[in-house]
Design a protein around this ligand. Structure first.
Ligand code: SF4
Length: 102
């Protein structure tokens, strides 16, 4: 880095910026994805049919699931079930587990 001139750095930043951003954000899990269908993932917990998913109880969302990993204040975050894909905080699936601890 020491040998880089200021001018060269200014040229590189626009090239590096989008690449870094892309590496940080994961694609969003879609309800139609096979892995989502396997666990009855819903992008909106308010639309879960409780008759079809008797395990569902009002108030359960990804945001208060033990397997959810929030990403700051973003509306989506990681889920231990889905590697490389984010789920919506307001979503829900049949593997919901009550969050314990902090
Ligand atoms: S396991 Fe939890 S965080 Fe992951 S999709 Fe299901 S309800 Fe959401």
């Amino acid at each position: 880095m020491a040998s880089l001139t200021r001018r060269r750095l200014i040229q590189l930043v626009p090239l590096l910026g989008p690449g870094l951003a892309a590496a940080q954000s994961q694609s969003l899990l879609q309800e139609g994805d096979d892995e989502a269908k396997a666990v009855g993932y819903h992008a909106d917990a308010a639309k879960v049919d409780a008759k079809k998913f008797p395990k569902f109880a009002k108030g359960q969302t990804c945001a208060n699931c033990q397997l959810y990993a929030p990403d700051g204040n973003k509306p989506s975050g990681g889920c231990a079930l889905f590697y490389g894909k984010d789920v919506l905080a307001k979503g829900w699936c049949n593997a919901w587990e009550k969050k314990t601890g902090g």
